[in-house]
Design a protein around this ligand. Structure first.
Ligand SMILES: Cc1cc2nc3c(=O)[nH]c(=O)nc-3n(C[C@H](O)[C@H](O)[C@H](O)COP(=O)(O)OP(=O)(O)OC[C@H]3O[C@@H](n4cnc5c(N)ncnc54)[C@H](O)[C@@H]3O)c2cc1C
Length: 332
């Protein structure tokens, strides 16, 4: 990992094998990850493009009634709400809207059909109230992001040409390499996202499950991206929940075995995700400093002399126990 100042001067470079060999960064293109996961399932297990319009408890059966935007109605024994930061399922369960943290992010994938020349490193550039990251994800694609302070949200813009223009404007005095990647970014990979989180205060926030409905990923614990853990935590959630459900289905004898499995998932995951959400927010405030004196101290003292990567990334060492094949092959 390399940390640079806004003008491209290297402030520090870290090697995971020197800092903490148990840690590493893997950049995975979202599309590839989703395709890989989906391909593990039998054909037609997933029904795509099924927007959830409404959710309610079915009084007679105690099951959950889901109404999709095409009018289809489904009666579900178990609902796993993994519908992201604006989750309808979470809203129905009584969760508050995620809170805007005063920062936005542009993200995109720059395409280099003949191959790029970036080394396989995470490159960070720190400015005042803004930082940029560049991470190669394949021999021909480079992921980039810009996080910038923005006290208000402004109008929602989806036109890629305007978004690209806005990103270019932010990068006006930054190294030209970064601008080139933005120019090589296809419209469909370019997004601008307001950064939000929701802290799951004990006793104040609703639990992760309500009856046989449960939340996973951003739907339950939206967190800012400053630690790069949101999707990682969503995957961990999925592993822990799968195991709990598999046990309940295979060995549970009481009628409430599934509800208890969902509650147990929530209890196991909360101590992991609550501190991470808080830490991520805190780290974001530090990284987005816009005071010139503070930024100078950061660039000249804190990053070159004080930062140690190992302890800072210790949270990535979470171990999910493996899914047991005999359970996965059972009724789940
Ligand atoms: C700038 C930025 C950088 C990030 N960097 C990292 C990183 O480096 N590492 C990391 O681990 N995480 C990172 N994250 C976080 C990561 O993107 C999220 O945590 C992750 O995508 C959450 O996955 P999810 O499946 O819970 O939700 P999502 O990825 O949001 O998926 C939700 C899905 O639900 C669907 N949906 C929504 N509403 C409905 C509905 N009503 N009906 C049906 N479907 C619906 C959506 O279409 C979508 O497919 C970053 C986030 C941002 C904003």
């Amino acid at each position: 990992m390399v940390v640079n100042s806004k003008d491209g001067k290297e402030l520090r470079s870290f090697k995971f094998k020197d800092e903490d060999p148990s840690q590493e960064v893997r950049a995975v293109e979202r599309r590839i990850l989703l395709e890989t996961l989906a391909n593990q399932l039998p054909p037609n297990t997933i029904r795509f493009s099924s927007g959830l319009k409404n959710i309610e408890r079915d009084g007679s059966s105690g099951e959950t009634l889901l109404e999709l935007s095409d009018g289809t109605k489904l009666l579900a024994q178990v609902v796993i709400g993994c519908d992201g930061i604006r989750s309808r399922v979470a809203k129905w369960m009584g969760f508050s809207e995620p809170r805007y943290v005063g920062q936005c992010a542009f993200r995109g994938l720059g395409f280099y059909p003949k191959g790029h020349e970036f080394e396989p490193k995470v490159n960070n550039f720190y400015g005042q109230g803004m930082r940029v990251g560049i991470v190669p994800v394949s021999p021909t694609a480079v992921y980039w992001f810009i996080c910038f302070n923005s006290p208000t949200l402004g109008p929602k813009i989806t036109d890629p040409s305007i978004l690209k223009q806005q990103a270019r404007e932010l990068l006006k005095n930054w190294p030209s390499d970064i601008l080139n990647i933005v120019d090589l970014t296809s419209d469909e990979t370019l997004t601008k996202t307001p950064l939000v989180d929701r802290w799951l205060w004990p006793t104040v926030s609703p639990p992760a499950s309500l009856g046989r409905t449960v939340l996973v990923g951003d739907a339950w614990h939206p967190m800012t991206p400053n630690l790069g853990q949101g999707a990682c935590c969503a995957l961990e959630d999925a592993v822990v929940l799968s195991k709990k459900l598999a046990y309940a289905l295979k060995y549970g004898s009481s009628p409430s075995a599934i509800e208890e499995a969902l509650q147990s998932y929530g209890s196991e995951r909360w101590p992991r995700i609550f501190p991470l959400s808080v830490k991520s927010n805190f780290v974001g405030s530090l990284l987005q400093w816009d005071n010139s004196i503070v930024c100078s101290v950061r660039d000249n003292i804190i990053i070159p002399k004080l930062v140690r990567l190992g302890p800072m990334l210790e949270h990535t060492n979470y171990q999910c126990e493996p899914l047991l094949p005999n359970l996965v092959d059972s009724k789940v």
